[in-house]
Ligand binder design. Structure first.
Ligand code: DCP
Ligand code: MN
Ligand code: MG
Length: 332
């Protein structure tokens, strides 16, 4: 989901906050995903560091913090602010584009396009709904609800509801809620559900049954939990759910995963995104290529081989010679 802050009041929270703000500016306004990743990585390294950083040079010793970020830490320690952020705060176009990207379905490119049409506020969006697609219209309709974090207890209830609904249809369904919830966070931005069924295997799947394995669950959830469909295909549902009348509407994604890809998908969708990058880099060092579908050995020619059979998340770590990390230890 869109709003992210790994800082949560730890010793270096103020550094994290400005790094996250710089990251979002680079992604949303400059469309520079490399700088976005660099700032996010630095923020998560500082969030996990259990000692207050007292200088840029001290920060630079940490993996993921280079010269430029070190100097920003010095500037912040010396003046209590950052010139670069002050400038961004006074830049009307940057502020507008940042705001527009907070609407679910509006990315940096669409936000810039809307801004060029003179659209800068939520009110402007409401007056220009003809410029928005179905997803963006739902994002606009629930703008305030989707900005609200989802308490863990509410996701627990939603998890139970999805599991019960799936099991009634067919006891062979397996449901796992991944994302920040699985990492043990006390609140989440959205709900990332994975489901699988033994009838669906990447290699020997029965095409006839596959087609309805996701649709049947979504249809059953339409009776009470799911309130809007953003999009639904054979393997991916994106939509909106509401547990109880007086609770906010929540973003819910459900992905149908073939059984032989389930643990790679579970690892990927549990995240965090920064952790996934670290894990993929480590896989490459060990001669593997890892993604949301599979773990494959990379031969000397650089061509990935057949996927390694995987029957647990632990096995993925084992293959890569990487000490197992429980989901709650994957927040960086
Ligand atoms: N993911 C990733 N890279 C991306 C997007 C997502 O690796 N660019 C993976 C890791 C995320 C997971 O998918 O943890 C779910 O994506 P979310 O955006 O829902 O992120 P979280 O669930 O971690 O956080 P939030 O509480 O904001 O939803
Ligand atoms: Mn998500
Ligand atoms: Mg999520």
């Amino acid at each position: 989901s869109k709003r992210k802050n790994p800082c949560e009041g730890k010793g270096n929270a103020d550094f994290c906050e400005f790094l996250i703000e710089l990251a979002e500016y680079e992604r949303n306004v400059n469309r520079n995903i490399h700088k976005y990743n660099a700032y996010r990585k630095a923020a998560s390294v500082l969030a996990a560091h259990h000692k207050r950083i007292e200088s840029g040079d001290e920060a630079k010793k940490l993996n993921g913090i280079g010269e430029k970020i070190a100097r920003k830490i010095d500037e912040y320690l010396l003046t209590g602010k950052l010139k670069k952020l002050e400038n961004i705060h006074h830049d009307a176009s940057a502020q507008a584009i940042n705001l527009l990207t907070r609407v679910s379905g509006i990315g940096p490119v669409k936000a810039a396009e809307l801004y060029r049409c003179g659209i800068a506020t939520i009110e402007d969006l409401n007056k220009n709904q003809d410029k928005l697609n179905h997803h963006q219209l739902i994002g606009l309709k629930y703008f305030e609800d989707f900005e609200k974090k989802i308490p863990r207890s509410e996701i627990k209830d939603i998890e139970n509801k999805i599991k019960t609904t799936a099991k009634v249809l067919d006891p062979e369904y397996t449901v796992t809620i991944c994302g920040s919830y699985r990492r043990g966070k006390s609140e989440s931005g959205d709900i990332d559900a994975l489901i699988t069924h033994p009838a669906l295997c990447g290699y020997k799947g029965n095409k006839k049954n596959e087609e309805k394995l996701l649709q049947n669950v979504v249809d059953a959830l339409n009776n009470g939990l799911v309130t809007e469909v953003i999009s639904v295909g054979e393997t991916k549902f994106m939509g909106v759910c509401r547990l109880l009348q007086d609770l906010p509407a929540r973003r819910l994604d459900i992905r149908l995963i073939p059984t032989d890809q389930y643990y790679c998908a579970m690892l990927y969708f549990t995240g965090s995104d920064v952790f996934n990058k670290t894990m993929r880099a480590h896989a490459l060092e060990k001669g593997f290529t890892l993604n949301e579908y599979s773990l494959r050995p990379v031969g000397v020619t650089g061509v990935p081989g057949e996927p390694v059979p995987i029957s647990s998340e632990e096995e993925i770590f084992d293959y890569m010679d990487y000490p197992y990390k429980a989901p709650q230890d994957r927040n960086m």
